[in-house]
Each structure stands twice: as C-alpha cells, then as structure tokens.
Design a protein around this ligand. Structure first.
Ligand code: AMP
Length: 489
C-alpha cells in the first residue's frame, strides 16, 4: 500500500515524502483510515511500529480542513491535545508533529515540567491548534486562566497504559473534566494490561481495536540473555560484559535514581565513560545526556524507567537491565529501545537470586524461557571459588559494590513510561544515514584483556567523535572580507 491511498492531503504527503517514508507501516495502514473516519481507537502496537505517524498524520488531516491563517490568537484554539508521560517523549512527538505539519497552517507547541513556564505561556497565548503536554505541567497552565481546552476535538493518550495507571490517573481525570464530552479519543501503547484495557474502554466511545502484533508481544529480532549473579557482583559483571563483549552503545536500566547515579560513578571509575538520565536531573542535563548518547559521543547511558518508553535511539544494539523492573510489562518497554526498525538487538538482564520471581513473571508475559549465560567468576554457584577482582574501597567509600542493596531504603522510583519497531516488515529508510553497522557485538568478539589499550583506544575514538560532532554543530565559516586580516605586501 502507498501513503497516497490513505486519504491524506497533498501537503501531508509532501511532508511524509520529505521524511523519507516510502510505505506506510502496518499500524499506519490500519490506523490512519479509521482515525480519519472520526472513530475512537485503541491501538496496541509493538515497539518501533511507527505509531507516532500513525496518529499524527490523520490528526493533522482532520484539523487542517478548518485551519485558518488569521493572526488572531482567538482563531487558533487548542483543537488537539496529545498527552504523554515523559518530557523526552513530549519532545519526540512534538518534533514529529512539527515536521508533518510544516506545509499546513496549523500551529503546535509543547509543555512539560522542569523548565521555565514563561516561554510555554507565551506560545499558548499566541494561539495553537495542537498541544503536546505532560499532565503535571498542563495542569499548571490550566490553573492560570489563559489556557482553555473547551474546543478540543481530538484527545490522544500516547503510552496509554502508563497514563492510566495509578501514578497519572488523578491528573488525567482532572484534565478530562475540562475537555468537551464530544471528542475523538485515541489511545496507543505497546502493552495494555487487562485492568488498563477495562479502564480505557470506559473512556473510549465504541473504540476500534487495532493490533499489529499479538498484544504484549515483543520483537523477535531481539536476543534475550540472563546472567545470574549475586547482586553485589553486578557492577563488576556489568563492566566485564561491556569490555569483553565490546558493547558498542548500551542503555542500562536501574530501578532508582540514586542507584543510577552510583552506577554511573562506578562505571566512570572503571574507565567506562557514561551519562545518566533520571527524574532528578534538570531538563538541560537530561537533553544533553540523551543527545550525547544519540550522537554516539557517550557510549553508555544509565537510566531509570524515565527512558523506558518512546525514545527512538537509532540503531541502539544493546539494552542491559542492571535490575529487573518490578512490573513485567516494563521489561517490554525497556528492551523496546533496541532492535528498532529491523535491526538486531540484545537484551541482557543481570538477575540476582532475589529477582528470580520477577524473571518468572517476565518469562510468563513473554511466553518463553530466557537463555541463561554463565561467566565463571560471576556465576552465583561459583562465587566462593572465584571472587570478583578486589577494588580499592579506601578511596571509594561512597560507592557500594551493590547499588541494589543501597537502594532498599529509597522508595522513589521514576515515572515509567513507551516502545517501537517494524515486525518483519521491510520499511524503506533509504534517507536515513546509518551511523554504524550493527554486527552482533555480543558473542562474536574475542576478549581483549589489555584494559589500558582498550581505554586509550576508546578515548581517542570518543575524542574523534566529539570533535566531529562539534564540527558538524559549529562549522568553520569563511571570514567576511571586512574582518579578514590585511594581507601584507
Ligand atoms: P515510532 O514507532 O513512531 O516511534 O517510529 C519509529 C521510527 O520509525 C521513527 O524513527 C520513525 O521516524 C520511523 N518511521 C515511522 N514510520 C515510518 C515509515 N512509514 N517509513 C519509514 N520510517 C518510519
């Protein structure tokens, strides 16, 4: 099928073409016509399926029919509201809306917490048709009287299961109260638990259920591996895996913010340069960490579940669960960051005896046993004979070998939040420049025991990458003749 057959306008088709999309993905093929008919939709789609365009394109099509060119803010009321659980996802969805709407007269903006509210207020006051928001900050704006949502025609909940769970539900209910009753509701997520499905059904009006893969199913391009180990060996095992398997670029999930911070410090001391992203970091730090990771400047990103959903990191080859998530569905969201758009991915989990129950829950949800790998010195059954390398704890009192144990006191976990992929469908992405070839870094590379050589090799590679990045961002431009130094004769 072609995009031209889906009922989109020429302005939208032009933007789609400029994005380099040649063919709609299955979720786009199914969702676009139904949304264009004005029906409510519950969309369950596997990680990386292209669902953002699946709801953005028909939403824009429906809105553009009555778009107007007036400068008056009053002529640009909010007509579509997109609610997402994290700031990063808000930025990603907003960017997608911006690029698809560039040839239309529709205006859009995004609001999320952790940054100054004033510029967001100014954008809203200017008048916008499409608002992408995280619930908390949206409520802040609603308390000031300049924002009204009484003209909303389309409500979209991305990562709907997360938006409707206990953490977000009170905010969502408050927001629903100020929306007109007659509206189109669209809910998308990779996973829908039965409870959430029931709740969603109460909010939706005769919804069409669109599923492109079996519910809660995962991408079969991802290889799952478990390493069983005592929790106090995990940090050492992690460093061993990163170095031995020469992991190219890896996203590591930790359950708590403080644990993520400690793990980052530990990795840095072991010569594995990393960045960290979690809910206590300010927006600038979060954007910078993610940007450096996406640009390949930093190879290792330690994150809480704030990074589990929605983030589209091109060609990320490996996700490591340093700790398993409490909720099995979050495993699917976490590993959905890898194996996207037809590439292979690896999902490694370090599992302590205390986490065995969580692993069983995940295997039940996936309906398959995950392969268990052993490395002698970290194997929990061998621990007495082979203790991991002793570390200099004198200079290192602040850091525990075991971020998990240290975190037992900490009750705060981050917002869990999305996913994506093209299950078995070849999607032409010719316009996307490949950053690097993913060639199964795991299980194929010999172990390089010369750590210092590895470190300096990695550093010089990093230096080059960061120089290239700077050069791309700040290219050297020719000096205007006026400012050029006089040529001596
Ligand atoms: P999403 O599931 O919306 O996060 O999309 C995952 C990735 O697929 C993003 O990088 C999109 O730009 C890309 N994508 C979405 N739809 C298509 C398409 N029809 N053709 C090529 N790439 C697409």
């Amino acid at each position: 099928m072609l995009f031209e057959q889906l009922g989109l306008s020429t302005d939208l088709l032009r933007a789609v073409d400029e994005e380099g999309y040649k063919q709609p993905t299955p979720i786009q093929e199914k969702a676009i016509p139904v949304i264009l008919e004005g029906k409510d939709v519950m969309g369950a789609a596997q990680t990386g399926t292209g669902k953002t365009a699946g709801f953005t394109l028909p939403m824009l099509r429906r809105l553009e029919v009555y778009a107007n060119t007036s400068m008056s803010p009053a002529r640009h009321p909010v007509r579509a509201l997109v609610l997402v659980p994290t700031r990063e996802l808000a930025i990603q969805v907003f960017e997608s809306i911006k690029s698809f709407s560039k040839h239309t007269n529709l205006r859009s903006t995004l609001v999320y917490g952790g940054v100054n509210i004033d510029s967001q207020t100014a954008a809203i006051r200017n008048g916008i048709e499409i608002l992408v928001a995280t619930p908390g900050r949206l409520l802040d704006h609603l308390q000031q009287k300049y924002l009204t949502l009484s003209k909303v025609e389309i409500l979209i909940l991305d990562e709907a299961d997360r938006m409707l769970d206990m953490g977000f539900l009170p905010d969502i209910k408050r927001i629903l109260n100020v929306l007109p009753e007659k509206r189109q509701n669209l809910m998308f997520s990779a996973t829908f638990s039965n409870d959430i499905k029931k709740l969603a059904n109460q909010l939706l009006n005769n919804p069409v259920l669109i599923e492109v893969a079996k519910q809660n199913s995962i991408n079969d391009m991802i290889t799952h591996v478990v390493y069983e180990t005592k929790s106090n060996f995990k940090s050492e095992l992690l460093v061993h895996l990163i170095k031995e398997k020469k992991l190219d670029q890896v996203l590591i999930f930790n359950r708590t913010k403080s644990g993520a911070d400690r793990l980052k410090q530990f990795l840095d001391r072991q010569g594995v340069l990393s960045a960290v992203i979690h809910g206590d970091k300010n927006q600038l730090q979060r954007c910078q960490a993610l940007d450096e990771f996406k640009q390949d400047i930093i190879k290792v990103l330690v994150a809480t579940d704030v990074a589990a959903r929605g983030l589209d990191i091109e060609e990320l080859s490996c996700v490591i669960n340093f700790e398993l998530p409490n909720n099995p569905e979050d495993y699917i969201h976490r590993i959905g960051r890898t194996g996207r758009a037809g590439a292979k991915g690896f999902a490694i989990s370090l599992v302590s005896p205390e986490e065995k129950k969580l692993l069983t829950g995940i295997e039940k949800l996936l309906n398959k046993k995950i392969k268990i790998e052993k490395i002698a010195q970290f194997d929990k059954t061998q621990e007495q004979k082979h203790k991991p390398r002793a570390r200099n704890t004198q200079n290192d009192k602040s850091v525990s070998h075991n971020p998990v144990q240290k975190d037992n006191k900490s009750k705060t976990t981050d917002q869990q939040v999305e996913v994506i992929y093209f299950n078995g469908v070849h999607v032409n992405r010719n316009n996307v420049t490949k950053k690097r070839v993913v060639n199964d870094p795991l299980f194929t590379q010999p172990y390089n025991s010369d750590e210092s050589a590895l470190k300096s090799e990695k550093r010089s590679e990093l230096d080059q990458k960061s120089r290239r990045h700077r050069e791309r961002k700040y290219p050297i431009r020719p000096v205007p003749a006026l400012f050029a130094p006089p040529v001596s004769k």
